[in-house]
Design a protein. Sequence first.
Length: 99
Amino acid sequence: MENKARNLSSVSQAIRQTYRDFFDLNEPQAVMPLAQRELFVDQAFERHYRIAMFMANQEQPIAGHLVRRLRDGRFLLAEFQSNVTAIIDLAQVTAIQRV
């Protein structure tokens, strides 16, 4: 009886670990250097790329394209497939990815 419980426990731990590995739940969020973020934002703005911006303290990225450059490292981002426009401060962005 004890052997069955031990086997069940090891199987459940293996399933949990596989689930975490599959969905990358243990992986920390990547943080790009400031110079690289500035370069990527400039390229995305000039070439009208659709991008995903990963923000500090947010789980989901914001996807869209940059509409206008504001002062002090701020941009207007029109979100993809919605009418929402957000003011993005480059200091709050941790990573940028082209979508």
